[in-house]
Design a protein around this ligand. Structure first.
Ligand SMILES: *Cc1c(COP(=O)(O)O)cnc(C)c1O
Length: 362
């Protein structure tokens, strides 16, 4: 079977010496390996203000705190995402308000978001689902007009671009995940990208109990509750080796995605997803709409390919029952969308196999 997701791990000959060295170095907590990994990540993505954290969920939580989100506030978000996005909002005590999605893309609709803004709206949470990029031109306009900050959950969008730049350079807060099945993994890990020095310094303290690491421990004063969200040297040492392969991983995801975009155009029963102006997806998963999805998935499975949706829509969870509302765009997208394998493990032969399997019909 060609799987939908697969953790990438650099060859043992490269990884094991680096891992062994750090494990027995006498310094496995946050230290130089983390700072070296941050430097490599920042220079790759072009934003000098990025902090390594223990997970993407930690990055989401800190982004919300930096945006000023707290109890009683509202955050407009999407149900078309993985669980961490909206659970992180719940962690702050704020209420989720479900924006509807564009039924053609499954991504948050700017018009829907605009109609939901109230005096309590403290942030807009965008999810670049499966690596597709939201309509950032419109969302930037909404944010500029209202002063409400955007948080971009880019857990699926490492290497995606907007207006020629990597995601991570647009909104005041962008979140990446280095969890097992994302484009690049450090086993677990995350990054928070910010745009101001003030946010960077505050996040640096918040990731370590509120302590200022630049000062000696005995001279520190915690003035704001922080968390234990820092990355450790072990995950960072893994990340430094993984980084050597990042360009190749992203290239393969994107080449496969573009190959499918061309191959599936005009295939009966398939509707391709359009991409918004100035956006370039990084195709974490390949996404499209199909008629009679169950039959489609069964047929593809019989032909050796995993094809399926991946996440339960977040508005189905009991903790968000207070926020339930009619989401027509999401209902439409959710019943027809499907993912196909498109990552680094899909070679030239496998992608031909996928295209043939779809074209055979179901
Ligand atoms: C994976 C993921 C995250 C963060 O997850 P961690 O496992 O905490 O790194 C956040 N949002 C989305 C949409 C995700 O898929």
């Amino acid at each position: 079977m060609i799987p939908l997701v697969k953790p990438f791990m650099a060859p043992a000959a490269e990884m094991m010496p680096a891992l062994e060295k750090i494990l027995y170095s006498g310094y496995i907590a946050e230290g130089q390996a983390v700072y070296d990994f941050e430097a490599a990540f920042r220079s790759f993505f072009g934003n000098p203000r990025m902090l390594a954290l223990h997970s993407g969920t930690d990055a989401l939580h800190l982004a919300l705190i930096l945006a000023g989100v707290g109890p009683g506030d509202e955050v407009i978000s999407t149900a078309m995402t993985a669980e961490p996005t909206n659970v992180a909002i719940a962690m702050t005590g704020a209420k989720v308000v479900w924006g509807d999605v564009d039924p053609a893309t499954g991504l948050l609709s700017p018009d829907s978001v605009r109609s939901l803004i109230t005096g309590k709206t403290r942030a807009i949470m965008l999810v670049h689902y499966a690596g597709m990029v939201c309509d950032l031109r419109e969302f930037d306009r909404i944010s500029a007009e209202t002063g409400i900050p955007l948080i971009e959950d880019a857990a699926h969008a490492l290497g995606s671009r907007f207006a020629g730049k990597f995601i991570g350079n647009n909104a005041p807060y962008t979140v990446f995940s280095l969890q097992a099945i994302k484009h690049m993994t450090t086993v677990d890990g995350g990054f928070l990208a910010v745009k101001s020095d003030a946010d960077l310094e505050r996040a640096r303290r918040l990731r370590w109990f509120g302590l200022d690491k630049a000062k000696p421990r005995l001279e520190n004063d915690i003035t704001e509750v922080g968390y234990k969200y820092a990355m450790n040297n072990v995950n960072a040492a893994i990340g430094l080796v993984q980084m050597r392969h990042l360009r190749a991983i992203l290239d393969r995801h994107q080449a496969n995605g573009k190959f499918y975009d061309n191959a599936f155009r005009g295939v009966p029963g398939v509707t391709c997803v359009p991409y918004y102006p100035e956006t370039e997806p990084s195709y974490w998963l390949y996404t499209m709409l199909v008629e009679r999805r169950e039959d489609f998935c069964r047929a593809l499975n019989d032909r050796g390919i995993v094809a399926s949706p991946l996440h339960l829509r977040s508005d189905r969870h009991s903790i968000f029952s207070y926020a339930r509302r009619k989401l027509e765009g999401l209902d439409q997208f959710y019943s027809n969308f499907v993912h196909l394998p498109c990552g680094w493990w899909v070679g030239d032969e496998e992608r031909e196999q996928v295209v043939d399997a779809v074209k055979k019909g179901w």
